[in-house]
Design a protein around this ligand. Structure first.
Ligand SMILES: NC(=O)c1ccc[n+]([C@@H]2O[C@H](COP(=O)([O-])OP(=O)(O)OC[C@H]3O[C@@H](n4cnc5c(N)ncnc54)[C@H](O)[C@@H]3O)[C@@H](O)[C@H]2O)c1
Length: 474
């Protein structure tokens, strides 16, 4: 059925009508396009609380972009910011935020120096004069220190934890213009490992990632000759559930970024799977992941055909919704088995047999249901909360082998599955977020590609929601 709301949004008359009815009129989100020459263009204003330790990395990152770096005229630490620019051979230009024409594509604030609740005033000082001048689809990024690492200084721990409230609130204020706000907690000594996160949150690749908190720990130096435009070159990636929907998009984005993709799905989906693989120059592995021989078959195939695997994306998943009292037991068993238990078994096989190579990446697909719960989805929510538990439990274990494990938790994503939801429920699901629209499969795929990059070796143990700051859940 044609989607009435979407068709009204696609023309000016329809948008005015929705506006006059006080209904949400979202700003179309900018997404990555192959013609884009840089991850960020336009005016970028940088600020910092005194004592921050991220300015060098911010300057070095911006140097790699097409952005114009700006500093607030008369800012107390303007000299310090410009000095960081000099080190990176990046010129910061003075700007008067009050000037008529001032407009910013991104606002970046280094809050790592905030050590007391009184110093949170630095956020107000920097953002208050400029927040209304953030452009459509702009980016607001705050960088902090992980509160749990400030244990010897409780005041600093409190102040750093307080940054979350700031991000979650301003994201709600800027969302109507398609802009996002995110927080990156960078561990001490991990400053240089934060570049991939900064690039991701500043770029259109994070279009539907909003009000999230990402932790970066110390990772490895970038491999020699690393190409940011082809970050997965030479890598082999396994993507489960790749014949359609989000999995198909993940496979495409992985291939775009240079990976050779092994597309896995159930044997019944072989035809669609082959089409996806042919389009991206990958191969197929038709197997049911719950089959008792699946872990060994997958491990053996990857070993024989590619000598191993670098990236494993656990995307295959199903729903079998029923309220608990009416749920047949096979609904419970099937959902837990596909969405969670089979992933654990496959990980075990790939790690124990060292098929997953050193520096490997595991990325899991959770769901907002696993965070907020959902009526009629107790089985699904258990499986998807379990996926988050898997990330938490295995991140420290796998770190010893230089393997990272992270998850994405999609909110409302436009797929065949969500298109089949009745109109009123679908519209509620789609609009109940700060960006007032559903996400695209590519938004989930871009986040997975960010986790998968060799540049993200310091990013592990995270669950990032790809939900436009859905109002459900934290
Ligand atoms: N669409 C959304 O809005 C949304 C929201 C949150 C989470 N998710 C999650 O994202 C993932 C992809 O969802 P989608 O919307 O693309 O769903 P989809 O149904 O379109 O795709 C899922 C794929 O997994 C495959 N699959 C199912 N069981 C399998 C098995 N036993 N072995 C191998 N492959 C199997 C299916 O054949 C299918 O191709 C799922 O894990 C889902 O739970 C989706």
């Amino acid at each position: 059925m044609a989607d009435l709301y979407e068709s009204l949004l696609s023309n000016n008359v329809g948008r005015s009508l929705l506006n006059s009815l006080n209904l949400p009129v979202p700003t179309p989100l900018e997404r990555h396009s192959p013609t884009q020459t840089s991850f960020l263009s336009g005016n970028v204003l940088v600020g910092a609380a005194p004592g921050g330790r991220m300015l060098d990395v911010i300057a070095a990152t911006l140097k790699q972009s097409n952005a114009t770096a700006l500093v607030t005229q008369n800012a107390a630490n303007a000299a310090e910011i410009k000095q960081a620019g000099d080190k990176a051979d990046l010129k910061f230009t003075n700007v008067d935020p009050a000037s008529e024409g001032a407009r910013f594509k991104a606002l970046i604030f280094d809050a790592t120096g905030v050590e007391t609740s009184e110093q949170t005033r630095e956020l107000y000082n920097f953002f208050h004069p400029v927040i209304k001048k953030l452009a459509d689809c702009g980016r607001l990024v705050v960088i902090g220190t992980p509160p749990e690492s400030c244990k010897t200084n409780p005041r600093a721990q409190i102040a750093q934890r307080a940054l979350e409230g700031f991000i979650r609130s301003v994201a709600k204020e800027v969302g109507k213009k398609g802009a996002t706000a995110n927080l990156v907690y960078v561990a001490k000594q991990a400053e240089k490992s934060a570049e991939s996160a900064l690039r991701f949150f500043l770029s259109p690749k994070s279009a539907f990632v909003d009000a999230q908190v990402l932790r970066v720990s110390k990772g490895k130096a970038l491999p020699e000759g690393f190409n940011w435009n082809l970050p997965l070159a030479g890598k082999v990636a396994l993507v489960t559930g790749a014949s359609r929907g989000i999995g198909e998009s993940i496979a495409e984005v992985m291939a775009r970024d240079g990976a050779t993709v092994v597309c896995l799905d159930v044997p019944q989906a072989k035809e669609g799977l082959q089409k996806v693989a042919d389009r991206i120059g990958g191969s197929i592995l038709p197997i049911d992941i719950t089959d008792s021989v699946a872990p060994k078959t997958i491990a053996d195939t990857l070993k024989q055909q590619y000598g191993g695997v670098d990236i494993v994306v656990h995307n295959a998943g199903v729903t079998r919704d029923k309220t608990l009292g009416g749920m047949p037991e096979h609904f419970w068993d099937m959902v837990i088995n596909i969405n969670l238990a089979s992933e654990e078994r496959i990980n075990d096989a790939l790690v124990e047999q060292e098929v997953l190579r050193e520096g490997g990446r595991i990325v899991c697909v959770s769901s907002m249901s696993g965070i907020a719960g959902n009526f009629g989805q107790s089985n699904y929510a258990v499986s998807k909360a379990g996926v988050i538990g898997m990330v938490d439990a295995y991140a420290p274990i796998l770190a010893k082998k230089d393997i990272t494990i992270n998850a994405v938790a999609p909110g409302f994503i436009e797929t065949q599955m969500t298109a089949a939801i009745p109109f009123a429920t679908r519209e509620a699901g789609r609009r109940l977020n700060s960006l007032k629209q559903g996400g695209q499969p590519v938004d989930v795929a871009e986040t997975i590609a960010f986790y998968s990059s060799p540049a993200s070796s310091g990013v592990t143990g995270n669950t990032v929601r790809v939900c436009g700051q859905n109002l459900l859940g934290a």
